[in-house]
Design a protein around this ligand. Sequence first.
Ligand code: ME8
Length: 521
Amino acid sequence: MQENCKNVYITTPIYYVNDIAHIGHAYTTIIADMIARYSRLTGLNTFLLTGTDEHGQKIAQSAEARGKTPKEYADEISGKFRALWDDFDISYDKFIRTTDEEHKVGVQKAFEEMYKKGDIYKGEYEGYYCVPCETFFPESQLVDEQFCPECGRATVVVKEESYFFKLSDYEDKLLKWYEENENCILPRAKKNEIVNFVKNGLKDLSISRTSFDWGVKLPVSMNEPKHVMYVWLDALLNYTTALGYGSDEKNMNFWPANIHLVGKDILRFHAIYWPAFLMSLGLPLPKHIAAHGWWTRDGEKMSKSKGNVVNPKEVADAYGLDAFRYFLLREVPFGQDGDFSQKALMDRINSDLGNDLGNLLNRIMGMSGKYFDYKVSSQNVEKFHKKELDEVNHIIDSLESYIFNMQINRYLEEIWKILTIANKAINDYEPWNLIKDGKNDEAMALVALITNIMAKVALLLDSVMPHKIKDISKCLNLEISTSNYNKFIKNKELLSDTIITKVEQLFPRIEDILLEQPVVS
Ligand code: ME8
């Protein structure tokens, strides 16, 4: 995300419809949703895009194996992705499908533009192709002369007429872009890999196929009925066609994207091909392309074809959607791989969510009810707790930068430091003794300090756990809104008199839950 901009555009990859979603897909989508929700709450005009990638040989083969037409199969699986995101309350503004008519029109227009620019020429492709990765490889890159260097599966030999994009012409321009835009690719280690890859030289890219027909046709003006677009050209362009590129242009004011969120498996496509295509089209380049690591099981990448995937719906149903969101965002530093473990998830729920957050809310309800008939006044907080308030505000000042740098786990760690300040204050000042000693003003100031901290934390965590935060919001009678965000987070104001309403325990303790074995579909 970029400071000082009014429109924010965040995208997830569009997922292949060869099979249903697993937690890897949920992870990317939940990070994007969190950033979008955060951005909206701070008052920025935000557009979140997700969708499905439906063309190409892989989908055609998957459909055939199930005795369906590619479109029938795509309709079914795309519907399942969409239903899952709706179930997960993902706040997308558009769900694009690459079989959408406007998308196809936009892709054809882009092809025409690149062709007019002189960046496309006709030739013949001879080499190797990995269908699961939808990627061309020269022989020199194969493992043991046959296997895909990315996924390890067997490649197929391809020899066909093809149009090519002059990627080699963009080497220097790409290197210049990387150099001039420090954070265009995050994390930095990944950026270095991309820079080195480009420095080793880029070959022109085959961008049309003639050996099958499940794809966007070339524009009529090319008069090439045998050719369909290479699925990655078609897919990458979704980020602009979703805004109306080549059709009504309605939302093009959101371009360029602030963040393309992707997994590290598809960073090269996004950090090399995509900016080159955009340069060819004369469009501005995205501000950030952020690549996260993989969720693994027993150290192996979770993937549909390996059959070792965890079903996100099953996890969310068993443990709660917000707890699952928190776990995914908190557990693994952005960019690193993480092994999915139910034990780690349960520990997070019982410790971070149950003890540190949920229990603090219980303490607010308990203390305010017992001592002050649920009425809390912030009148004396500054007088008695300036030190704690300063510490909290100091942490809040640093928070936004963690989001800009995609350090979501650090963002959450810092918020938990705020909760520690609150829990520690209760233990240090012992409100029960203050009351016993007749120091009611001091006890009230302490309860109000904790209530104020909880209000700020609720505003800060709304993007992470939007459903549970509704309970906190009800308890504190605090509306989660941009104006309250400005008031209590940006301007550091304190609550006025607050009436506390009792709510259910936020995160009851969880004992062992037995999930079924990982499921594929
Ligand atoms: O690549 N851990 O679609 P796809 C974390 N259609 N994230 C994972 C993951 C894992 N084990 N497995 C998948 C495609 N993902 C193309 C994208 S975009 C123009 C076209 C997530 O269905 C991660 O975001 O194979 C990864 O990049 C994406 O799913 C790949 O999804």
